[in-house]
Design a binder for this molecule. Structure first.
Ligand code: AMP
Ligand code: ZN
Length: 467
């Protein structure tokens, strides 16, 4: 079966043809570890994980490289302002390394809770300073870079294809350039490869151009080429990387190798909150910890993301997460019911047909929402439980909901709540409706909703809504 993916560069779905099949070299722009990764950031990594799972489902052998940006990402992507990690280090009175280690650990903790597989290689920018210096030296020697008072810059006029990935109009950009653009640069879009460090700068290394530190873009070129052995079959990132970061990577790679080294560029869309940007200043910046604190399973968030195509914006709401949680709970019920059935290998003809349709959906540029709809559809039938179980385990290789280990969550209620429920029952038995209603309201306040059913009273926990 052929696998088609959307290439940002050609703006078309293209058949995947890696350079050395069945191997696929995949590079993912990793997090800048100066703060907690928010749930928007995590969308980019759920996407690269899904891509990887789809490739593995198609029997490709993945070599997945992801960087950790622990130096060089300035407050503005366009080389202005201070290094994000240095700013945070000063604020917290810690070393930049402590800041980076702290947020890197949390990033991986969150990633694993979302069942995101660890990359084959994770590489930190600060461990590859020499590789970056060597790269910049080559660019200078070949006339693609020039030195000015605050650093070494890439000369985009030496690369005729600059801007092709995003389709930006450089002339327009030059006219609209903001006044604070460094006047020594030959073109406003020329970007820093290496910055010279002011004396008291905390992160600096010796280089042919004095003490300094690398720009952000060079790390992905240097580490990617190193660990992917000179060729990236697929390169992923968020859509915000297209116009600057990835244009710059293409320019650097071309200057260094004289050719294109990335075959397919894939970008995931943004997660929005209330239809807009997620930002600390707007008070709508959520992390996976916030999601858990409100009683949701991290995998409900994975479900919410997978239920939208990666090239479509997703609007995050607690109601949508509630819906995703219900879907995960329902799926868990199915899995547990089927798991108990005696094991039997293989799928009957109907399930086999669905497996084919599932593969068709995911191989059509990762149409995971369609694949999930197929799963619900097949579950409406009456197939033998053991076959259903095998089917679900199989599709879960792509979906990554951890079906094999799914457990029913035995919800616990405190002795106090249990006592209140009993007291309400007693009041009802005595037909003391007033007291029964008062206790019901008291329980609601505590986040417990009672339901009177023919089988007796049942309770459910109401997840806390936004305060
Ligand atoms: P950063 O840590 O800022 O380098 O970003 C890590 C990843 O998150 C990048 O791939 C960004 O494109 C992506 N990203 C940032 N904000 C969002 C968002 N709101 N929704 C989806 N992806 C995002
Ligand atoms: Zn990158």
């Amino acid at each position: 079966m052929e696998l088609y993916i959307f290439n940002t560069k050609s703006r078309k779905k293209e058949k995947l043809q890696p350079q050395k099949p069945p191997k696929v070299g995949l590079y993912t722009c990793g997090p800048t570890v100066y703060d907690y990764a928010h749930i928007g950031n995590m969308r980019a990594y759920v996407f690269s994980d899904t891509l990887r799972r789809v490739l593995e489902y198609n029997d490709f052998q993945l070599h997945h490289v992801m960087n950790i940006t622990d130096v060089g990402h300035l407050v503005s992507d366009a080389d202005e302002g201070e290094d994000k990690i240095v700013v945070e280090a000063r604020k917290k009175k810690k070393s930049p390394y402590e800041i980076a280690d702290f947020y890197t650990d949390i990033f991986f903790r969150h990633a694993r809770k979302l069942n995101i597989k660890d990359p084959s290689i994770t590489c930190k920018a600060t461990d590859h300073i020499q590789e970056m210096i060597d790269f910049v030296k080559v660019l200078v020697d070949r006339g693609h870079a020039y030195e000015i008072s605050d650093g070494i810059y890439f000369d985009i006029s030496t690369f005729p294809d600059y801007g092709k990935l995003s389709g930006i109009d450089l002339e327009e950009q030059q006219e609209g350039a903001r006044v604070e653009v460094n006047p020594e640069k030959k073109h406003p879009a020329d970007f820093a490869l290496w910055k010279k460090a002011p004396k008291n700068h905390i992160m600096q290394w010796p280089s042919p151009w004095g003490m300094g530190y690398p720009g952000w873009h060079i790390e992905c070129s240097a580490m990617g080429l190193k660990y992917l052995d000179g060729f990236f079959d697929i390169h992923t990132g968020g859509v915000d990387h297209i116009p600057i970061h990835h244009e710059n990577e293409i320019a650097q790679n071309w200057g260094y190798t004289g050719t294109e080294v990335v075959k397919y560029w894939m970008h995931s869309e943004f997660l929005q909150v209330d239809g807009g940007k997620m930002a600390k200043s707007l008070g709508n910046f959520f992390t996976l910890d916030d999601i858990e604190a409100r009683g949701f399973d991290p995998l409900a968030f994975r479900y919410l993301l997978l239920n939208a195509h990666y090239r479509k914006k997703v609007n995050f709401t607690w109601e949508a997460l509630e819906g995703a949680q219900k879907a995960i709970d329902r799926l868990t019920e199915h899995v547990l019911k089927f798991r108990e059935a005696p094991a039997k290998k293989g799928c009957g003809p109907r399930l086999q047909k669905y497996k084919e349709k599932f593969l068709e959906a995911i191989n059509d540029d990762l149409n995971v929402p369609r694949a999930i709809a197929l799963v619900w559809d097949v579950l409406r039938g009456e197939e033998p439980a053991s076959e259903y179980y095998q089917f679900l385990l199989d599709v879960d290789r792509v979906l990554g909901f951890g079906m094999k280990d799914m457990e029913r969550k035995e919800e616990e209620i405190s002795a106090e709540i249990r006592k209140l429920i009993e007291r309400r029952e007693e009041a009802r038995n005595k037909r003391n409706w007033e007291e029964a209603d008062a206790i019901r309201d008291q329980l609601l306040e505590k986040g417990i909703r009672l339901m009177d059913t023919p089988e007796g009273v049942r309770w459910e926990r109401i997840r806390k809504k936004e305060e």
